[in-house]
Design a protein around this ligand. Structure first.
Ligand SMILES: [Mg+2]
Length: 357
């Protein structure tokens, strides 16, 4: 087996950094990109100055303002972020065509074989960061590893402006102390199941027998075990783009009241809107997923006349769809909201996104 060399590049506080770069009066100040705190918007990006107050992306703008009263709110201008993303892509393409974008500001590069014939992936990553700083006047964090899992964890390890190189013989030392929720695919539900088993770190996860993982996590269990051992088979897929964004929630106790369900849909819509905004491509189709107490599951969709990334609008549509189900008369154990029909990058370029219509 030839060892692969993967770089994960992630721009630091991307939207906020672009705003601070282009508007000098914002430099050194706590800035978020997102709708105003009087709206029901969420934070799409927070500058590092804002993060010191505990402000995070996907947090409601109102909560962000509570944490940092002098916070400056800047409306997103996705056309500029998409343009910078294109410049970033060109820098990547000088090294390889094997680029898998995860968002406007984040991508995996497979540099096992590269256009520079450079054997040292760490040197490529360092040069990429330098070019990004020199040409785009922005900082990026980069991680280098033998696979996607390790490269992404590495880029996240020393943000901002970090460079973390994890050679194959150091993967174990790097992974063992990591909390399990850092592993790919481990969301809140899986995290809770693992914590219930007394498993908090990758080191502890390795000690669980495969049969236990299979029993508790289904088919994901054995795959997760491979990841815990630093074995990630996923390849860098150059044309992968997100086709949808979604969020769902299973309830401890079945829901019976429509107003409670509406409240859940509000919160799910906020999460979806945050993801859509982060991806920079608003969508046209809202889908509601309902699972009744007896596990019967259905989905209902509606397409909008114009694309949106607005939580209130997404929520209203999903709440309308809820009324077209039996949910008002039947206990519900799960609700999900998703957004598809996402705009292509070229279309997104034409668009100024109001996050709070
Ligand atoms: Mg980023």
């Amino acid at each position: 087996m030839t060892t692969r060399k993967i770089i994960h590049v992630d721009m630091d506080a991307f939207y906020a950094s672009v705003e601070q770069r282009d508007r000098p009066e914002l430099r050194g100040r706590p800035v978020v990109v997102g709708g105003p705190p009087t709206s029901r918007s969420v934070v799409a990006a927070a500058s590092y100055e804002a993060r010191r107050y505990g402000v995070r992306s996907a947090m409601s703008s109102a909560e962000a303002k509570r944490r940092c009263p002098e916070l400056v709110f800047v409306r997103p201008d996705f056309s500029r972020y998409v343009a910078v993303s294109g410049q970033l892509r060109e820098i990547f393409r000088s090294v390889t065509e094997l680029i898998e974008p995860l968002a406007l500001d984040e991508a995996y590069l497979d540099v096992t074989h590269n256009k520079l014939a450079e054997p040292l992936a760490g040197k490529i990553a360092r040069d990429l960061k330098l070019r990004i700083k020199k040409e785009l006047h922005l900082t990026a964090s980069a991680g280098v590893g033998p696979n996607k899992l390790v490269a992404k964890l590495a880029s996240d390890h020393q943000k901002p402006d970090g460079l973390v190189i994890v050679p194959p013989d150091q993967v174990d030392a790097f992974l063992l102390p990591m909390p399990v929720e850092k592993l790919w695919g481990v969301g809140p539900a899986t995290q809770k199941r693992l914590h219930d088993l007394g498993v908090h770190t990758v080191a502890e996860l390795r000690l669980l027998p495969e049969s236990t993982l299979l029993e508790r996590l289904g088919n994901f269990g054995p795959f997760l075990r491979r990841l815990a051992f630093g074995d990630d088979p996923r390849s860098v897929e150059p044309h992968r783009v997100a086709k949808s964004h979604g969020a769902e929630r299973t309830f401890e106790h079945d829901l019976r009241s429509v107003s409670e369900m509406d409240g859940v849909i509000d919160r799910l819509a906020e999460r979806v809107a945050g993801e859509v905004a982060e991806g920079g491509r608003p969508g046209r189709t809202v889908t509601l997923k309902v699972r009744y107490a007896d596990f019967t599951t259905l989905t209902r969709s509606r397409s909008l006349p114009s694309p949106t990334a607005d939580a209130t609008r997404i929520s209203k549509v999903a709440q309308g769809l809820l009324r077209a189900t039996e949910a008002p008369h039947r206990p519900v154990r799960l609700l999900g909201v998703s957004m598809s029909g996402l705009l292509g990058e070229e279309e997104a370029l034409q668009l100024e996104l109001p996050l709070d219509v």
